[in-house]
Structures are given as C-alpha cells and as structure tokens.
Design a protein around this ligand. Structure first.
Ligand SMILES: Nc1ncnc2c1ncn2[C@@H]1O[C@H](COP(=O)(O)OP(=O)(O)OP(=O)(O)O)[C@@H](O)[C@H]1O
Length: 301
C-alpha cells in the first residue's frame, strides 16, 4: 500500500514546532523567504516519496534536512532546484518558480568520492564553479585574471591552499569536500544547498567541515540548507531543522523538533530521543523509509 499522508499536528504542545512553514522560530520571520515550499507532494516513478510537506528557509538561516535513508531528503533539494517536478503544492526559490534562480544557488550534490586516478587538480575543480558552463573553452585577458584571483580567494577561504594544486583523486575525503564547497561558493550564492557533505568523513573531519560551513555562512552572508544523517556534528550551528517523515515534514528549532513527542507524531510509531552526557542526540526506533515498503507492493501516488 502507498503510505497514507500523516498530518503532523503539534499545535497545543508546550513547544510547538512549525508545520506550516509560515512561522520561523528565532525572530527571523520578518526576513524574506529564500525557499518556500507549501503543501508539496513528490512522486518518483509511481511512488509518493512525501506529501503535504512545508518548508521555508529565510535569509541568514542554517537549516538541516534530516530523516532516515530513502525518506526523500535529496528529493526535497531537487524539487527546490526544479530538477524534480512537484506532483502537488508549490515551491518558490528566491521568490521565483523552481529552476529560474539556480544561478544564485551553490549546490553540492550527494557523491561518494573521486576516482584515485583522476588527474584534475583541486584548483581546476574549484574553477569549474566559475566557468564550468564554458565546457572547457578558455577564458582570456582580464576575465581570466579575475577567475584566477577568485579561485585563489576561494581556496584560501576553505583552508585548502596547501593541497589545491594536487590531483583531486589523490586528496582525502575531507580535503576533497573543502574544495567542492569552494566550488559551490564560486559565484557568491545567496544559498548553499549541501547534500550530505559530511558523509563518509571521520568524526574529526565531520566537526571541521561543519565548523567551516558555519563560519563561511556568517562571513560570506550565505544561508545554508544541509542534508544530514546525523544531526550531532552540526547541532550547535543550526537555526532550524526540517525533519522528513512518512507523510510530510515537520520544521522548527532542533529543541522543538528532535523530541520523542514530535518524531512519534511525525512517524506514527513510538520514537525515543535520548540525550547523552556530552549533549549528543540519539534517535531510537526511527522506521525505515516507507518508500522501500511500497516498492514491493507497486505502490502508487
Ligand atoms: N527516479 C526514481 N524513481 C523511483 N524512485 C526513486 C527515483 N529516484 C529515487 N527514488 C527513490 O526515492 C526515495 C527517496 O530518495 P532520496 O535520495 O531523496 O532519499 P534520501 O532521504 O536523500 O536518502 P539517503 O539518505 O539514503 O541519501 C528512495 O527510496 C529512492 O530509492
């Protein structure tokens, strides 16, 4: 059976999280919405991935998209970018329909790693963020100098000066990730959309990259939407989380959303959120994404 949309109603709970996308905790509600998703349903193939989802990101926010494997976190980013059309609802990016403002977005898609034999230098990977749409055609003169200067700035910004001249395939996962973040920042975007940038990094590197993203968000005045499996490395930097579940999304501050009550309502099954002595959050009982079950039954929207 396809999943029945779950309406998450936390109205009346002591600390209500926003499920409408209309309210933005933390006193940022007067800022313009960079991303505004309302009543959205995403269907891939014949599967409803999520429905009735609302999400907003306002200027200056650092927002995480959380949820188990396969729940549709990457799909939400792709919907906002206009790469996946909505089956229902609306999405606006920088006040425009999806796909019309992507030049103002720095997008880092989900990836695994570069092939070790890839000879392209780190510097060239960063440069692709500026002139990748020229398909290798050289830029000359003043523009060429401006590009080289900007690449140098970006490499310094992410702390990659020591290794940016080396082939990207020979760099560590953390080093590659810094250079890819530099690439995403190349055109001074208003919003960085990062799909699991901490994936496959060890804990010290996760902490370092999370701190780097937060610092850049402040110094470069860029908002951040980051997809993550584990909220802990980014927890202290977050203004808000969008938690995806079976039927939709629940959004609010981490303290509002990552609670046993809210996640139990979102998933319709008992979920326990434990807090460890060092302040880490552990979510126990989170179900597998429903899409995997509907798969077997040929579920449709
Ligand atoms: N073209 C497609 N047709 C049908 N189903 C698809 C298609 N692309 C992705 N899916 C499925 O849609 C679901 C959501 O995928 P998505 O990548 O958005 O999830 P996710 O939450 O980002 O997962 P993960 O955490 O594992 O990266 C998955 O079950 C995936 O298998």
């Amino acid at each position: 059976m396809p999943s029945t949309p779950i309406q998450v109603d936390v109205t009346g709970s002591p600390q209500p999280a926003s499920v409408t996308g209309a309210t933005v905790p933390g006193g940022l509600s007067d800022r313009p919405a960079l991303v505004d998703v309302r009543g959205a349903t995403a269907v891939l193939g014949r599967r409803t991935i999520w429905s009735h989802a609302d999400a907003t990101v306002t200027a200056g926010e650092f927002v995480a998209i959380l949820g188990p494997n396969g729940v549709g976190k990457s799909t939400l980013l792709k919907v906002i970018l206009g790469l996946v059309p909505l089956a229902a609802g609306t999405v606006r990016l920088l006040g425009r329909p999806p796909g019309q403002a992507n030049h103002e977005i720095g997008y880092l898609p989900q990836r695994r790693s570069f092939d070790a034999s890839l000879r392209v230098r780190g510097l060239d990977v960063v440069r692709l963020g500026l002139d990748g749409d020229r398909w290798g055609l050289p830029v000359r003169g003043r523009r060429s100098r401006a590009v080289t200067e900007r690449v140098g700035e970006l490499v310094e910004l992410v702390g990659a000066s020591d290794y940016a001249h080396r082939p990207i395939g020979q760099l560590s996962g953390g080093e590659q990730q810094r250079l890819l973040i530099a690439q995403a920042l190349a055109r001074r975007p208003k919003l960085l959309m990062l799909d699991e940038p901490l994936d496959s990094l060890d804990l010290p590197n996760q902490a370092a990259i999370a701190a780097l993203i937060s610092r850049i968000a402040r110094t470069e005045n860029v908002s951040v939407m980051i997809v993550a499996h584990d909220v802990n490395p980014i927890l202290t930097y977050l203004d808000r989380v969008i938690y995806l579940g079976q039927g939709g999304a629940v959004s609010g501050t981490p303290a509002e959303v990552i609670t046993s009550e809210t996640l139990t309502a979102l998933y319709g099954t008992p979920i326990e959120v434990l807090s460890t002595s060092d302040g880490r959050l552990v979510v126990v009982g989170q179900p597998e994404a429903p899409a995997r079950h509907t798969d077997r039954h040929g579920g449709s929207a």
